[in-house]
Design a protein around this ligand. Structure first.
Ligand SMILES: [Zn+2]
Length: 262
């Protein structure tokens, strides 16, 4: 069996004219109306949202839902509590919320009470670090501090075991995963684009980051695991990561043409 799970990453869920989103967040913002439409699509088309527990057990779990999907929310934006939670409840869905410890209680972010309500409503809580720093290239000491302190503080305050870490700013390194494993995390979520199958590395989980300009048609392509859409997304990610600079424009074009002509 090679059942794959689509994991979506959301950031802010705010109206387009919201003044509660920072410049760098606008690119990822999904309006509440669009988010609701997406959830309605999942509901009407028989998708089941799965929990972190279910995901961890998916390798051995034979009754994993037929159309499993894992919804993740990074950064602890206030809209996760105010807008997302009521919509998820309406559809009977669950999601995982990755919180930045030192951002909790800050402007436009959830506070501890709201984080507790998310947890008590059956939502998963994971760590997104202490400070939302780029961890790639961090010293071992810094990595331990970001991963271990956030796990302990979130776990103690919310009275739960924090088992999942979402890599901050999407910059992955093997060292982060190694430290996370040592700290007792069971899953590390990245911003690498793709679907995750049950035999994927649990310390380097791919997701699909939702973007402001995605239409419903794009959303449907994503949840249907449309391979052409995925290839396009991966190419965009290559470009974003500066691979083009590394391998040269000519090689980049050659690879791109080879993929699209096949
Ligand atoms: Zn983040």
């Amino acid at each position: 069996m090679n059942k794959s799970i689509t994991i979506l990453t959301y950031h802010t869920i705010e109206p387009e004219d919201s003044n509660r989103i920072y410049e760098g967040e606008k690119f990822y913002n999904i309006t509440p109306a669009m988010f609701r439409e997406q959830m309605l699509y999942l509901k009407e088309n028989g998708y089941t949202t799965i929990t972190i527990d279910k995901f961890i057990n998916s390798a051995t779990d034979n009754d994993l839902a037929n159309k499993p999907i894992l919804l993740t929310f990074d950064d602890g934006h206030i809209s996760h509590y105010e807008t997302v939670l009521p919509i998820l409840k309406e559809f009977g869905f669950t999601a995982a919320f990755f919180l930045v410890v030192n951002d909790i209680e800050k402007k436009y972010r959830v506070n501890w009470k709201q984080s507790k309500t998310l947890k008590d409503s059956g939502m998963d809580i994971g760590s997104h670090g202490m400070n939302h720093k780029i961890l790639n290239g961090s010293s071992y000491f810094n990595l331990v501090s970001e991963l271990k302190s956030s796990k302990i503080i979130l776990g103690d305050t919310l009275r739960m075991n924090i088992r999942a870490f979402s890599i901050t700013r999407g910059v992955y390194s093997k060292k982060i995963s190694t430290v996370a494993r040592g700290m007792g995390y069971m899953l590390v979520f990245t911003s690498f684009t793709g679907n995750t199958s049950i035999d994927s590395d649990p310390y380097c989980i791919k997701r699909i980051v939702m973007l402001k300009n995605y239409s419903m048609k794009d959303f449907i392509s994503i949840v249907h695991k449309d391979p052409v859409f995925m290839i396009k997304k991966r190419l965009e990610q290559f470009a974003k990561n500066g691979i083009q600079k590394t391998i040269g424009v000519r090689n980049y074009d050659r690879i791109k043409n080879a993929i699209f002509s096949s």
